[in-house]
Design a protein around this ligand. Structure first.
Ligand code: PMP
Ligand code: GLN
Length: 382
């Protein structure tokens, strides 16, 4: 991702969306929904613009949104955060992650993540001067080995960065792993950073934030975003909740990244966060039905599928179809089947591609008829 001359390559998502545009293939690569979120949320943004909410909001975020985030954490998880000092609005979860890692990680500090990992993690850790240590998650059940996790965390660890529900695998970390993360972070005095952008998109058990575990809250920065929950990925309204001293450190960095963001979208996301529980659970159920359609389509086409418990994505193994190189397959897929996916190697360090070589990630956050058409096209692969 960082070339020898220090330049940064285009992300796999930009590359694959461009391929889809160029070829007219169905884009199951980049994860974004093809339908907009709740009408009241969209209307609230229009209203905010009409009402003149168009200038810089406060750096820490609009009070109405910070209150709504604190209320959301209380309502869903029983977590108490002071809206004035323990909640920070960011330009998507991406800026929350960037500002957090730049604030916490000094040259040589180690950051532990699971692998595969969301691609931004490696880039941000590198830019902060940190050293990236990884713990493998293996297809198809993605359960980490506790001994490998124990071995990765040492006194050099500054941050353990967890992502549950997980991109790209759709896995939800089991309670024992979450507890072990807290135990290791406490023993080695590390900060837990948790990326929970898929918190409401679960198809089985409800999401358990790691901050709810005993001893976790005081050393955890929880990051989320309205993009996934309200199907507004382009609005880039994210947030984090953490003890006030950590919020202050992250805000110090955020002020020189974006300063502030998304004035009229902030009150609109506040409206979304206040919607009844059924609005969240109905959206997850509808997405679960889409998962089932694409999983059936991929299975019928001959892929070996790992059924995700949450999120936007299915990881499928193309090896049974005779394709051992997922990256090569993804480049050919528009021509072979009129579909775009993303190779899982994009989420793995180049030195460790072997175990993920034949795996491809497909997004199912699309209309049912799009998933059905993609399934029909993929059926022609075998
Ligand atoms: N974390 C994960 C795991 C993601 O999948 C994404 C992108 N969908 C982000 C962070 C970035 O979120 P945002 O669009 O709010 O910046
Ligand atoms: N998070 C989305 C994905 O994983 C898109 C992110 C992006 O385009 N950077 O596909």
């Amino acid at each position: 991702l960082l070339a020898a001359d220090g330049t940064i390559a285009a992300t796999i998502f930009a590359e694959m969306s461009a391929l889809a545009m160029r070829t007219g293939a169905i884009n199951l690569g980049q994860g974004f929904p093809d339908e907009d979120g709740p009408a009241v949320v969209l209307e609230a943004a229009r209203q905010a613009i009409a009402d003149g909410v168009n200038q810089y909001p406060p750096g820490i975020g609009a009070p109405v949104l910070r209150e709504a985030i604190a209320a959301h954490q209380r309502r869903w998880y029983g977590l108490e955060f002071d809206a004035a000092s323990e909640v920070l609005v960011t330009a998507g979860a991406t800026e929350g992650l960037a500002a957090t890692l730049l604030a916490l990680v000094d040259t040589g500090d180690e950051v532990v993540t699971f692998e595969p990992y969301y691609d931004a993690y490696a880039a941000l850790i590198a830019r902060a001067g940190g050293v990236h240590r990884t713990v493998p998650l293996r297809f198809p059940d993605w359960r980490p080995d506790p001994d490998e996790l124990r071995a990765a965390v040492t006194d050099r660890t500054r941050v353990i960065l967890v992502n549950s529900p997980h991109n790209p695998t759709g896995a939800v970390l089991d309670p024992e792993t979450l507890a072990l993360v807290v135990e290791l972070a406490t023993r080695h005095d590390a900060i837990i950073v948790t990326d929970e952008v898929y918190e409401h998109l679960t198809f089985g058990a409800p999401h358990v934030p790691i901050a709810t575990l005993p001893g976790a809250r005081e050393r955890t920065i929880s990051i989320s975003s309205g993009g996934k929950t309200f199907s507004t990925t382009g609005w880039k309204i994210g947030w984090l909740t953490a003890p006030a001293s950590l919020v202050t450190s992250v805000l110090a960095v955020k002020q020189y990244l974006t300063f502030v963001n998304g004035a009229p979208f902030q009150p609109a996301i506040a409206v979304g966060l206040g919607l009844p529980d059924s609005s969240f659970t109905d959206a997850a159920a509808a997405l679960g039905a889409k998962r089932d359609v694409l999983a059936a389509g991929l299975t019928a086409a001959g892929f070996a599928v790992s059924l995700p418990e949450a999120g936007y994505f299915i990881v499928a193994d193309a090896a049974p179809l005779g394709h051992d190189d997922g990256a090569a397959l993804c480049r050919q897929l528009p021509e072979l089947a009129g579909v775009v996916g993303v190779p899982v190697t994009a989420f793995v360090h180049p030195d460790r591609h072997e175990a993920s070589r034949s795996l491809v990630r497909f997004a199912f956050c699309k209309r049912l008829e799009v998933l059905e058409e993609a399934s029909r096209r993929l059926a022609g692969l075998s």
